[in-house]
Write a protein that binds this ligand. Structure first.
Ligand SMILES: [Zn+2]
Length: 253
């Protein structure tokens, strides 16, 4: 049964000029048809070979500008997307990340440079999305210094403020109906299997009115502080995700 209370945000990661164009083109018509205002997490200066699927698209930045004009929110998705640091992240979901553990001055520089690149292309980044969820307290200080006061991450059920930064949680990697709260579904257009695109289409068909934008999420779904029960849920969710990955790895052999 459809719950009137749950709300969803849609987020696309790893957008850059060399992303898979055919991968992305599967989603654009759905976003238009259902009036979705997604979070678009753009890599400012991609150097990650895993994100090179096509020759650089000269129209990429123009497309991002058009989406931003249509209500999408642009997020700074790291700097070069090179995940070579093994420092401890506040959300320990991956061993190697781009930012966690890197010295603060360097993180500040990467954030400033990344923002300057996106702004140089006429975009107005308002959020930070860390590659592989990898960030630490120094990242949050650097973001505050750059006046980016919001990240898309965390495993709670509503946005909250921690370390002086607003966290809009991101808990799902495919559409799944929820009872209440705010849920961000993160998709990687380069690699989402076609069955999951169809799953998204069916989900949007049924639930499009429950999809909101980042400004809506911040104005009506904020939690003044994070309760102990949400903290426990968050820790539990981290373990569930890690255990799920481990089981997948083991059963692959
Ligand atoms: Zn990424």
């Amino acid at each position: 049964m459809t719950s009137p209370a749950a709300r969803y945000l849609l987020r696309f990661d790893d957008l850059c000029p060399t992303m898979s164009r055919s991968g992305w083109d599967r989603f654009e018509p759905l976003l238009v048809e259902y009036g979705i205002r997604p979070i678009l997490a753009v890599v400012p200066d991609n150097r990650d070979p895993e994100l090179v699927h096509d020759v650089a698209d000269f129209d990429f930045w123009n497309r991002m500008r058009q989406w931003e004009r249509a209500g999408a929110v642009i997020a700074l998705h790291g700097y070069r997307h090179l995940c070579q640091s093994s420092g401890k992240a506040l959300l320990p979901l991956h061993r190697f990340t781009e930012f966690a553990g890197v010295d603060e001055g360097t993180q500040r520089l990467w954030i400033e440079e990344g923002l300057a690149i996106l702004r140089g292309h006429g975009l107005h980044p308002r959020l930070f999305v860390a590659p592989r969820h990898g960030f630490d307290k120094a990242t949050l200080r650097a973001l505050r210094g750059a006046e980016i006061g919001t990240i898309s991450d965390g495993l709670t059920h509503r946005p909250f403020v921690r370390n002086g930064v607003t966290w809009i949680p991101q808990q799902l990697w495919r559409p799944a109906e929820q009872r209440d709260g705010l849920w961000t579904i993160c998709l990687h257009s380069n690699s989402t299997p076609n069955e999951e695109v169809l799953l998204l289409r069916d989900f949007l068909r049924a639930q499009a009115p429950q999809f909101i934008s980042v400004p809506d999420a911040l104005s009506s779904h904020m939690s003044p502080s994070i309760s102990w029960i949400e903290r426990v849920r968050g820790v539990h969710a981290v373990w569930r995700i890690r255990a799920g990955r481990w089981i997948k790895k083991v059963t692959r052999h």
